[in-house]
Design a protein around this ligand. Sequence first.
Ligand SMILES: Cc1cc2nc3c(=O)[nH]c(=O)nc-3n(C[C@H](O)[C@H](O)[C@H](O)COP(=O)(O)OP(=O)(O)OC[C@H]3O[C@@H](n4cnc5c(N)ncnc54)[C@H](O)[C@@H]3O)c2cc1C
Length: 380
Amino acid sequence: MKSFDVAIIGSGPAGASAAFELSKSGISTVIIEKETLPRYKTCGGGFVFRGRKNMPFDIASVVDKEFFEIDTYFSKKHSHITTKRDQPIISMVMRDAFDNLIVEKAKENGVTLLQNHKVESITFGDIQTLHTSEGDITAKFIIAADGALSPIAKMAGWSETRTIIPALEYEVEVPQADFERLSQNVRFDLDAIPYGYGWCFPKKNHLSIGVGVFTKTHDKINLKQHYADYLKTLGITEILTEAAHGFVIPVSPRTDCFVQKNVFLTGDAAGLADPLVAEGISNAILSGVLAAKAIIESDLDADKAAALYTEKLEETILPEVRTGVLISHLFYHQKRVRNIILKKYGQFVADAMADVFMGIRTYPKDYKASLRRKIKEVLF
Ligand SMILES: Cc1cc2nc3c(=O)[nH]c(=O)nc-3n(C[C@H](O)[C@H](O)[C@H](O)COP(=O)(O)OP(=O)(O)OC[C@H]3O[C@@H](n4cnc5c(N)ncnc54)[C@H](O)[C@@H]3O)c2cc1C
């Protein structure tokens, strides 16, 4: 039976980045992945600068396009807002190539990759035995980087406390004139769908177009219809090829804990995507790195590592995503108030959001007071 200090389940940005960080320490590490790499991952592939600037190696070879400007459209009656920066606010990647690059870098440093290995169950103890479709593997620590559905979290005993939202994403080829028109800028359309937004992300030769509902709602929402309507908003009347992908994104963190039975939850498994826009790659990477650092700094002491990881999450990602959850609720449920404010302060809000994407500010903790101030200014 193969034995390792750390078994990482999942080769997405969280798992691959945890592996890369561990690989620098000499701790024996395996990535266990159920798919064959490089594998397609449903995702807009918009990688924001706060994630890119912390990458430990150059990722230019897997970047399709870089955008230094973002266009945000809200209420159909108003024109759009453009935000510019000197560095790429969003880099467009295809996730198969991007995720695989990080895995390859980890492999170069000695990490073992077991692909086509699906973890089916785990026997927990001082040492964990992972029962995979291709045989058993043992490890002291498990990093669960197995995405939104996180079967590993279920196996370790977590019940569901994240808010999970549906999103549809299409890889679309359009006629050349439409591609040239739509591939100049990244575009978010806040009113494309109730309680969510639509996005148009240009890739090298095609567009990633999607719609998502970003908060819990009891209203029935027909995502396919909203996608069809969004194509009209974008002025697309002819489609050359179209590949549809639907999946879910957790947009609130788990409320109980992030480590138990020596299983460390990272990325979507922990619920760390940005609650306002569902940008999940950058926090997946950061959480993977934090889990790895906690294990390294603990000298493989399970209790110490668990405490360190929780502390690191509390110092970095969690305050931001918890505030994001509250802001997101206001943003998507109070549409009229939001659009009145955006009409007057749209540029300010778009610039603040770009600063969050750039990693130079976080969501304001006093957002309620500042919102009240802005409403008063608009009304009086
Ligand atoms: C439609 C859509 C659009 C999105 N657009 C963006 C965007 O533009 N920008 C952005 O930042 N984020 C976006 N996201 C969110 C982003 O995709 C996720 O937050 C991110 O992929 C989380 O990374 P992760 O490493 O936690 O998990 P994942 O990337 O989901 O990786 C999990 C891995 O675990 C493997 N796995 C699962 N179960 C097992 C098992 N039992 N055994 C072995 N392996 C297993 C899977 O095969 C997979 O490779 C989008 C999400 C969706 C659904």
